[in-house]
Design a protein around this ligand. Sequence first.
Ligand code: ADP
Ligand code: MG
Ligand code: MG
Length: 876
Amino acid sequence: MSNYVYMFTEGRADMRSLLGGKGANLAEMTNLGLPVPCGMTITTEACRDYYRVGGSFPDGLREEILEKLKLVESKSGKKLGDPGDPLLVSVRSGAVFSMPGMMDTILNLGLNETTVQSVAKNTNNLRFAYDSYRRFIQMFSDVVLEIPKHEFEYILSKEKETVGVVYDQELSAQSLRNVIDKYKELVENQTGRSFPEDPLDQLFMAVEAVFRSWNNQRAIIYRNLNKISHDLGTAVNVQSMVFGNMGNDSGTGVAFSRNPSTGENILYGEYLMNAQGEDVVAGIRTPQPIAQLQQDMPEIYGQFVNIVQTLENHYKNMQDIEFTIERGKLYMLQCRNGKRTAQAAVKVAHDMVQENLIGKTEALLMVEPEQLDQLLHRQIDSSAKLTVIAKGLPASPGAASGQVVFDADKAEKIAKLGINVLMVRMETTPDDIHGIIAAEGVLTSRGGMTSHAAVVARGMGKPCVCGCESIKIDYAKQEFTVGGLTIKAGDVISIDGATGRVISGQVPMKDPELSTEYTTLLGWADEVKKLSVRANADTPEDAAKARAFGATGIGLTRTEHMFMGADRLPFVQQMILAESLEERQDALSHLLPIQENDFYGILQAMEGLPVCIRLLDPPLHEFLPSLEELLVETTKLRTSGKNAQLLTEKDSLLRKIRQLHEFNPMLGHRGCRLGITFPEIYEMQIRAIFNAAARLTKEGYTVLPEVEIPLTIDKAELIFFNDRIKTIAQEVFAAYGTSFHYSCGTMIEIPRAALLADELAEVSEFFSFGTNDLTQTCMGFSRDDAEGKFLPYYLEQKILKENPFIALDRKGVGQLMKLAVEKGRQTRPDLITGICGEHGGEPSSIVFCHQLGLDFVSCSPYRVPIARLAAAQAAV
Ligand code: ADP
Ligand code: MG
Ligand code: MG
């Protein structure tokens, strides 16, 4: 028979999964010799068994509780239900992972009409006894009998009104007696039974209610949201009561060992005199700052500071502490590692190393990589008053203000005038890129956290709020409405991408300031990580930013983003629409110098570091006007009967676009398939890269260009391009009278490429896993359709544990990667391997990449610090 119940003296902090977080820490504090009221913990296993046997106490549990209760009674010198000196206890839930506010605590259990009188007599304080009793009835009824809290609150406030007082503690004993009688009446009316008088009944009912609360709706939703397993069960703590509501020498409070918002090493917290339980957080009265305790009760304050220090030294982490003072004596009721902002997390981790409390490894593990995101973006000044008009999904952090603009061209035009704009769209597509680039931020009414707008905005480090369904956009009227409010194009709004808030008007912002603690901590990360962290960057500005964030190379430059600029799009279109090779070459000759300058800028910004440049990938029709628009235009022209010349031109464009139409562009004419059919396009790009590299080399820069072929399925494709790359390199070396080192490799983003990796590696010096496409092609999911249509159901039904476009699917996609790395290294032992899909910036995927032994991960510039820390955590 296993033990279902442990005394606090029998537990330890590392027994958390059995005793729950609260129970394990109460035990640890007890064994540290701190003043903890004595008690017992009923294990999570008891809760699991409660469910296993169909919702009743498993054999032996009742007996064991009674047995341990005897020990609590003998330690405290009081007995539950004893008419002379009754023991009162709290019944507190305590899950393994803290679930704030999910399951409630019952205080003062053991009170009934008899014991309440004994308490009054022993303390010589009838008011206190009644106050405790009415609190008990209220909490018990809420948690166990499931009678809504507000019904009790109503009775209490009515009484205060009748006698003309504001605060609970101003109520007289007589008033409280009235309240108790009304409470009991309410219970009888609601349940058809009188409030339980027998303390043992009360205890067992309370324990069972805590077990049951594990599966209440709130708890289930919370666990789903936070990916906590539903099988863990909760522990229950039964602890003898101490009283903060015994008078003005008593009180209760909460404190953090350091400031949880800034990380400063200063005791932080609040307390209330003559109060119990959650009065402090409930906002009933305004609590005092903890520093005030030094004046009010200097001895207690001194003792408390010492205990806080002891706990920090012991747990080697910032503590969140609950305490109570009973008649001038201090008791500890809870401690746990405190939740903190990113800024605080970094400072605490750093400072604790400086204080010799922890080592660098512990410091690195103390900060959530994702949290760093909060530090890198412009933020709303937290002291500002805001008019929040809507709330969407917090898709990309940071705050932005600007004039509302509903289409990309306008966004670009207005931004060119130096005016800040916010793009507001139902959703965005690749056609809107130039608008997103021009805008300060993006707001969409449709789409999730991985919608186009969200992904692109995160990639650019721009704030984005998406899926904000309460705003109704009317493109024709150039306005959106939300509630009764109408916002027109040109009106200024702000968005907060960290919280999803949409705010009317301009908001005051702060630039992020990266602290020296941050720089030092990330320096430690670089010392231990094995993966190098590169960035995905398409412009010199992004490259420079990535470098400033600590990237040691570019893992992906998407050349197609360069094709979208206004100065080149006409030539790109000419290139696509060319009827002959000559015509195409004419367009390419215009594009060559433009691309060359793009590459020049990026290679220069990344001097001394590798820059991997992917040749053109997307289907060509993405660069052309949309079919629908063109149809509208031609119809207009035709009916007007004017401008026959233009109509002919547009008609031929229409034909071309129809020809280029693909049934499934994702699997269509893109990637190196374009390069095979139109080698001159890739040749132009290769020449542009090498010209830029040659110029820089002559100017004294060290450049390390890597030419990358996308969407490969066979070694023969690579041979086709390698020959051309080599020839062009020789030509460029000769023309410039210089040479530099370059390498050639491929993306691995089609299962066939992974399966034939040994052959590909014969002719490829590096592999870069394009896990966005590899996930699509491995799973046969089109990302946009999946996320909008069926993926949510897969997640809900737990067919898939996580969205594979966010966290790498280790089981399937990961297996292809593993195979490709192994096979690739068979034929080329010094093969360089990396990842450049969105997963390259996602901490759990980075851990997997570390385990695979990849050489680098590559992610958007703003995720570089996150990746550095995640890579370090994987390595320690
Ligand atoms: P939560 O998990 O919501 O924080 P707790 O179990 O910590 O709930 O209980 C809430 C509050 O109730 C505690 O902070 C403390 O003030 C009070 N409390 C709990 N147990 C006792 C006790 N044995 N004596 C006095 N107060 C208690
Ligand atoms: Mg609570
Ligand atoms: Mg608590």
